[in-house]
Design a protein around this ligand. Structure first.
Ligand code: NDP
Length: 248
């Protein structure tokens, strides 16, 4: 129960990796705000699952790509649970396509949802965290932001942007005991792969030394480490959890 007195926000926690992170933090005692955009029923199930294990959780609908809605999410967490210690910027989408055919909206939607949301939520959260001289911000990025991926110029740019953001913010807020880190995920089995053709999935699988996809729970464990006191001296770090796909 290492997060017993901690309040956490997990963006995009209705499904996939965000869901696993919310469940893991809740299991370890955190009071969790489960954010979602559209899928209320799935988000309610996450809240219920946390409550069934004795944890505290509540849901909050917000499009975190929208500045005011992201501010509303942070305000809600502080008002509802009385504090905020952990922010996990997880919400993300893909709109894949080669650059010659990529629509302007495909670029804008991905940058807004994946990168601007990270700014929006972090900006609102650091105000509170700096005042109370404690905070953990964890951004869920991707190996695509480190290696690049053909057909994902928008997504790779958003994920690389999150890495730069993580390092810059880590330097800005370190003196107030707020750490900012990222987890760079590899091929993790979630809905986000639904639109990727089977041959492309097999090609990615072939690049993984551990020869398998990862599970959302394996990302959640890494997030829990970075959110914990065990990682008190870790900031500005990108922890790659990808079965060895990207080695630098
Ligand atoms: P999923 O598609 O399974 O889930 C996406 C989640 O984000 C959903 O809960 C969705 O909510 C939410 N969401 C989307 N847009 C918004 C928004 N504007 N505001 C609030 N919530 C939103 O994706 P994954 O779990 O796979 O991905 C989670 C993160 O992990 C993303 O940032 C992704 O880039 C990253 N990642 C994933 C990898 C993978 O292999 N799966 C690899 C590397 C990184 P709703 O249900 O309401 O639509």
């Amino acid at each position: 129960m290492r997060f017993q007195d901690k309040v956490a926000i997990v963006t995009g926690a209705s499904r996939g990796i965000g869901r696993a992170i919310a469940l893991e933090l809740g299991r370890q005692g955190a009071s969790v705000v489960v954010n979602y955009r559209k899928n209320q029923q799935a988000a309610e199930e996450v809240v219920q699952a946390i409550q069934e294990t004795g944890g505290k959780a509540t849901l909050f609908q917000a499009d975190v790509g929208d500045f005011a809605q992201a501010e509303g999410l942070v305000k809600f967490a502080v008002e509802h649970f009385g504090d905020l210690h952990i922010l996990v910027n997880n919400a993300g989408i893909t709109r894949d396509g080669l650059i010659m055919t990529m629509k302007e909206t495909d670029w804008d939607d991905v940058i807004r949802t994946n990168l601007k949301s990270t700014f929006n939520c972090s900006r609102a959260a650091v105000r509170h965290m700096m005042r109370r001289r404690y905070g953990r911000i964890i951004n869920i990025t991707s190996v695509a932001g480190q290696m690049g991926n053909a057909g994902q110029t928008n997504y790779s740019a958003s994920k690389a942007g999150q890495i730069g953001f993580t390092k810059a913010l880590a330097r800005e807020v370190a003196a107030r005991n707020v750490t900012v880190n990222a987890v760079a995920a590899g091929y993790i089995e979630t809905d986000i792969w639904a639109s990727v053709p089977e041959d492309a999935r097999q090609a990615v699988l072939g690049m993984i030394p551990l020869k398998r996809k990862g599970q959302p729970e394996e990302i959640a464990k890494a997030v829990a480490y970075l959110a914990s006191d065990d990682a008190a001296y870790v900031t500005g770090h990108v922890l790659t959890v990808d079965g060895g796909m990207a080695m630098f």
